[in-house]
Design a protein around this ligand. Sequence first.
Ligand SMILES: *[C@@H]1O[C@H](CO)[C@@H](O)[C@H](O)[C@H]1NC(C)=O
Ligand SMILES: *[C@@H]1O[C@H](CO)[C@@H](O)[C@H](O)[C@H]1NC(C)=O
Length: 293
Amino acid sequence: MATNLLLPLLLLALVAGSHAGSIAVYWGQNGNEGTLADTCASGLYSYVNLAFLTTFGNGQTPVLNLAGHCDPSAGTCTSLTSDIQSCQSQGVKVFLSLGGASGSYSLSSTDDAQNVAQYLWDNFLGGSSSSRPLGAAVLDGIDFDIEATNGDFFDTLAQALSQFSSQGNKVYLTAAPQCPYPDAHLNTALQTGLFDYVWIQFYNNAQCQYSSGSIDNLTSAWNTWISSVTATSFFLGLPASPDAAPSGGYIPPDVLISQVLPAIQGPKYGGIMIWSRYYDVLNNYSATVKNSV
Ligand SMILES: *[C@@H]1O[C@H](CO)[C@@H](O)[C@H](O)[C@H]1NC(C)=O
Ligand SMILES: *[C@@H]1O[C@H](CO)[C@@H](O)[C@H](O)[C@H]1NC(C)=O
């Protein structure tokens, strides 16, 4: 065979074998999950969501909660600056995740949403503030893991954040809705069409998660999502172990690889999202499935 044909064939084989999907992970809610730097150095992930900014909006002073990793009120989370920069130097994008399953957050008006956007820009993104909780590191974007509130004014927040993109580097917007469509908290925000990546939580939601050997409810919900929301790409959000999702949705690696991924790996597929780094370390889930993602 002529050598000038060999290279294109090799590249084709690589592309066909890799599926070109990525893994996103949540880090921050368990002090025993290892450092952020080690998480990125594992080479498993393309996106890390720092979880969570648990208090914001409605005039409240925002509060970052990174469990046992550091204490924002004592200023010790600024030590994460070098970890964040080390992640970014390896091509891993780092986002701040807003919300979570428990927290004190809501937006009370358009002004409130715009104030929160300005706060996020000044304290975590490309702006400046004397009290940046994570220090000088500039995060790549904001993740909306909104599981409380009625969702009012989160569309305004998305619009206000996206406007900072035009001032320089892109501010990525990502979201983690629950799999029943439409999401109870994020629908108006998602309908802006401004989100880059949408990692849908296919767990703790009986009507759309994998269960009892059936992928039908999952694939049906997946198809509804990708045809109803405009975003760059969609990720299958999964628990890294059965313990990570008390109300179900865990997919054993062999089932994910042989049944679920082949059913969803179409043009809008971006990869998988894993809750969380802590359970991923314990169960070695991402490492086991990575070559098929
Ligand atoms: C699929 O969802 C329906 C409710 O929408 C539920 O009745 C059914 O049990 C689910 N299937 C599985 C296999 O869990
Ligand atoms: C995790 O899975 C990878 C890929 O299968 C394997 O190479 C590695 O040894 C596993 N690690 C542990 C701790 O089991």
